[in-house]
Design a protein around this ligand. Sequence first.
Ligand code: GTR
Length: 408
Amino acid sequence: MVIRKWIQRKFIIQTSLIIIFTLSILIVQAQSLPDAFTFFSGEKVKTKSDWYTKRQPGIIRFFEREVYGEIPSVVNYTFHYQLLEEETKILGGKAYRKQVRMFIINSCKDSISVDLLTYYPVIAKKVPVPVFTLLNYGNHTLSQDTLIQLSVSKLYKVEQSRASYGRRFPIEAIMDSGCGVITACYEDFIPDNDSLFRKTIQNFYGITPEASGAISIWAWAYSRMVDYALKQNVFDLKKVSVLGHSRTGKAALWAAANDSRIKYAFINESGNTGAKLNFHYNSKAESIAKINTSFPHWFPVNYERYNYMDSLRSLPFDQHWLIASIAPRSVYVADANQDYWSDPEGEYLSLKEAERVYQFLGLNSQLPSSMPQVGDPATKGVCGYHIREGSHDLLLEDWIHFMKFIKQ
Ligand code: GTR
């Protein structure tokens, strides 16, 4: 009896000690949200110039080294454009479609090709229109139209997948709204597959697979669509945008942070390592450890250092820094209320935190203090947000809000 009591007491003491020890580790490690205005040195951003000349570039360098990895330098490539389809009138004459094959040639004269599918309303010939650049899963997946070439990416040469993502590309509504669009298959730039990614990044882009990730190559891809947009006289240079959904939303965000020619960033349900705030830790949502495990080729090896730091709330940075680095240019984040994996609340909080930087810089943004309700978009000023009913997708409803925002 005495021995049993003694064992019980010993067990209780030991368990309590373990609990106290674990809690103390968590308390020591857990921090508050890393401040966008504080440099790693501990110094504070005091002026707008501090932000634009030191903090903003410092954030980009940090994310390049630690999160997304190296982006290829465009000067190492030459580009050649081959017309596949001349400007063709479509939709009963209210818009034009054009298809161009872009050859990207590296310094060893190796090349890859990407099919650019472009649409613009007829009015664009008189008055340049806003343009969305969009990465997709194969140009032919967007439409029933058999004149749209099957994507050059080997993985997509499948006629059955034609129009399988038609819902993500409401072309008639886009043309009716008076906007243009340039779209290309994301895997034409680099395959979304670990072993093919490793080969392509090494052999074609000349970057080691450890030093970069596919998100950086897709961000570079957005900039290459922007190069093409800027060569067309039908698009308004002040309204050149990137639009990405989910994994390509992460890439669109990273592209906008790096490329100041991008004036609007539409970041749809980008989730972890996109717009989502890691400090809003939520067990239903994707974590850094999970994304690094499921998609090791999306990020450089450095990013693995941050596995579990989100659950411990000990990360030294967070994604609102990256959103803020887009300032003074516009950013719009969008969610769906059943998309728990992307963590809509975490995305809104991130945008709301980034807004503090926009306001510090004297820019007009008026996001509500609590998260907007479904069907009640927040679109006043340079930062926009909406959440719609439904699950993870890019739908006409999202496009309608984006088109209204870019045109205002
Ligand atoms: C998921 C991934 C997300 C998101 C999504 C997508 O499997 O966990 O981060 O990128 O894929 O791209 O559809």
